[in-house]
Design a protein around this ligand. Structure first.
Ligand code: GLC
Ligand code: CA
Length: 560
């Protein structure tokens, strides 16, 4: 067995805050730093060790903060830099580390660099972005066929310059030209700025897209994200990340990079421990594709085989040489109970899904509201949605000829807004998220039943289960550093695995169905010799070696 290097980033668990919908502290309907400060004790009470903040920076909010207008200031709706420092200090006092979102593939089109770059071809900021002449003058044809990873072309025309700029996301998010050494110097300065303030790490947004192939060659003609083969893990990515790492190495800093379309083999190029390592961890997407084809907008029936195969690959290929970043929800994903679990068996499946991923090898990330089992919202009209990707994809599907009803069904299921409804704190008006009459975005109508206050009062709630689970992980090294081996590999209903560490063993049994399934302890396991450490049902006799599973049952046995 490989020798595992211990580190705080491997032992921690992280709570993700998407500020706009977390907690409104000043009654204007929008989440903010004051609200976050109020709820730090709550976050701490979960047993996590760190908070990752989705962008808090100044931003026109076209993509809710992932379009940054000033990297060194806080969005006025959320508060001031002083308010941020207060949150940072309070978090540190409570023993919580703070991780910032670093969005450097692109800026906002309202960033001063971009405003300058538009002023003329000889402006010193012009080369901060990818400005190109069109194939034909007058805005008739862009210089290549690349398409946005959302929808539409990846180029926007500017008549004054008679040039186009590249944007891999929305047109309000122009891509930075990372090949310009001045841009990299700016980024390094931004990294230092936050580390000097005292933050403990970065989640790096679509970081694998920052290096584009020279000449921006024609892309393979696909309708969305055309050109990706020329910027995903592009030619200078390793080099640029190594430059940034030199900065973070001066601090006690952790990094986790978001990496769409990533495989373990490719990931090891960046996260293999040793001299060449440029990131501590990567967020991959393969386990989020068990109910869709690549993206949630191309839905498919949930397939446990697909889920297990993805986990198996990442768990085994990284073990001992790199480290996983484990998540089942974030601000880009619909709620997991509505996807991989069951709204009917919400509490049971919520606990099972938590166990299923937190007991694997890797650092667990928990997204706001996940810990109380929030579910998808189903809005009646596309106008009620606020996410730009949702609106654009709806339009695209309609343009392709799909009927409104069918597209709404997909939208309800796939929209990123599912994960962005305000956190449900209580059964009071607007779920206790805000004292304003109307929150900035719809509260899920199920808040009277699903909310933090109700979950606090119920010892068997999903919330209290998360607390037990995170405590268990912290107290049992095997749950952090143990290896991973699957059983029941061919089962389409059960996900069973064991972990091993220093002669100890742990067996994790998860059922993904409401139907009873016959389970028998795998060879070499005698359940009567183990301790049932966690479960989502009372178990009359935990020592019996075989049983019929209950709906979405989960059990964790420890063998010391
Ligand atoms: C990442 C973010 C997402 C954003 C996109 C562009 O995928 O998580 O929310 O829209 O990058 O910044
Ligand atoms: Ca507010």
């Amino acid at each position: 067995m490989a020798e595992i290097k211990k580190h705080w980033y491997k032992e921690m668990s992280v709570y993700q805050v998407w500020p706009r919908s977390f907690k409104d502290g000043n009654g204007d309907g929008v989440g903010d730093l004051k609200g976050i400060l109020e709820k730090l004790d709550y976050i701490k009470s979960l047993g996590v060790d760190a908070i990752w903040f989705s962008p808090l920076y100044k931003s026109p909010q076209h993509d809710y903060g992932y379009d940054i207008a000033d990297y060194k200031d806080i969005n006025p709706e959320y508060g001031t830099l002083e308010d941020f420092k207060a949150v940072l200090n309070a978090a540190h006092e409570k023993g919580l580390r703070v991780i910032m979102d670093l969005v450097i593939n692109h800026t906002s089109n309202e960033h001063k660099w971009f405003l300058e770059s538009m002023k003329g071809k000889d402006n010193p900021y012009h080369d901060y972005y990818f400005w190109r002449d069109g194939k034909q003058p007058g805005g008739k044809k862009a210089s290549n066929n690349w398409k946005s990873t959302f929808t539409g072309p990846a180029w926007e025309y500017n008549a004054a310059l008679d040039q186009w700029y590249l944007h891999l996301f929305t047109k309000e998010q122009p891509d930075l030209n990372m090949d310009n050494p001045k841009v990299r110097e700016e980024i390094k300065e931004i990294i230092r700025f936050w580390l000097d303030l005292g933050v403990d790490g970065f989640r790096e947004d679509v970081i694998t897209f920052i290096s584009k192939r020279e000449g921006l060659p024609t892309g393979f003609p696909i309708p969305v994200a055309c050109g990706m083969e020329h910027y995903k893990c592009g030619p200078h990515l390793d080099e640029y990340l190594a430059e940034f790492r030199k900065v973070t190495d001066d601090y006690d800093c952790m990094t986790v990079g978001e990496a769409p379309m990533m495989t373990p083999k490719l990931a090891l190029r960046f996260i293999r421990e040793g001299a060449g390592q440029v990131l501590n961890m990567m967020f991959n997407f393969q386990h989020m594709e068990a109910d869709c084809f690549m993206i949630s907008w191309i839905p498919m029936p949930f397939n446990l085989h697909k889920l297990k195969a993805a986990y198996d690959r990442w768990q085994r290929k990284l073990y001992g040489v790199a480290w996983n970043a484990n998540y089942i929800e974030n601000h880009d994903q619909p709620r997991v109970i509505s996807r991989y679990g069951s709204e009917k068996y919400r509490v049971e499946s919520g606990k099972m899904l938590a166990t299923m991923y937190i007991c694997q090898s890797g650092t667990p990330f928990i997204y706001q509201g996940q810990e109380i089992g929030m579910t998808n919202i189903r809005l009646d009209s596309v106008d009620d949605y606020v996410d730009i990707q949702t609106k654009d994809t709806y339009k695209l599907y309609r343009k392709l000829g799909l009927p409104h009803k069918a597209v709404m069904k997909i939208t309800n299921r796939a929209s990123r807004d599912n994960g962005r409804t305000p956190v449900q704190w209580s059964a009071e008006a607007n779920a206790g998220f805000t004292t304003a009459e109307t929150p900035w975005f719809a509260v899920n109508p199920n808040y009277k039943e699903i909310n933090v206050a109700a979950a606090e009062a119920d010892p068997d709630s999903i919330l209290n289960y998360y607390r037990r689970l995170l405590k268990f992980r912290k107290e049992n090294e095997i749950c952090i550093y143990g290896d991973f081996r699957q059983h029941y590999k061919r089962s389409g209903k059960l996900f069973v695995y064991e972990r091993n560490s220093q002669g100890q063993r742990m067996l994790v049994v998860n059922s993904f169905t409401e139907k009873p399934v016959y389970f028998e302890a795998p060879q070499g396991f005698d359940l009567s010799k183990g301790e049932l450490a966690l479960s989502n049902y009372p178990v009359a006799d935990q020592s019996i070696n075989s049983f019929m599973t209950k709906p979405y049952e989960t059990r964790v046995y420890l063998f010391k």
